[in-house]
Design a protein around this ligand. Sequence first.
Ligand code: NAI
Length: 214
Amino acid sequence: MAKQAISTPVIRRLPRYYRFLGDLEREHVERISSRELAQRMGFSASQIRQDFNCFGGFGQQGYGYHVKELREMIGKILGVQEHTGVILIGAGNLGKAIAAHVDFEKRGCKLIGIFDNNPLIQGTSTANLPIMPMESLQTFCELHCPQVAVLCIPKDAAQQLADQLIALGINGFWNFSHFDLRINNPDVIVENVHLGDSLMTLAYCMHRNEVETL
Ligand code: NAI
């Protein structure tokens, strides 16, 4: 597979390809052309070919893409066969919903610990895991070496906690805290998630369509 810097937009499309190809596999589709895939996904065929060319191209002229193989290759690129250890900090409304409803294992991750500083919920369980006190965080990280932290805590606690977590070996943040973390370490990756931004994008697109049809 050709090694080159892959642009963020391409990387952001990969989970979508992976999901669509999973649907195709379940429909017992064995192969698909870039044109058919494009139609299903709402991309252009050339976009799809360009994206896959970033990884050395997966298709064969006149044959298209072998669905199962393509999905496996994309899965490898996304690391879905790995079991990256994940901890979640902040077991409030959002944290509990994420713990219960995100299928971490399907995405190459394994939720292995949940922490919260509220003594009233410590010791209770969510997603079959006990909510642990923050005082256990260091020992837990030393023992289990999680790599990713999901931050579901208020924004004013986020930076200090992130610094602490980096010192404990965390090198990936799935950050829901509405605070853009300042991380100087290039080996630490932050994925900020703002559901509100997604809603605003929707609102903008709807509004833009209205304006365009005037
Ligand atoms: P919540 O108040 O229900 O839960 C927050 C939890 O974090 C509580 O259990 C609390 O005890 C714990 N906590 C607070 N400070 C902590 C610390 N320093 N260490 C460990 N645990 C700590 O709040 P909710 O609704 O779950 O939201 C959590 C955060 O996520 C908020 O900052 C909220 O603004 C944000 N949020 C972000 C969204 C997004 O799209 N990014 C969507 C919804 C909420």
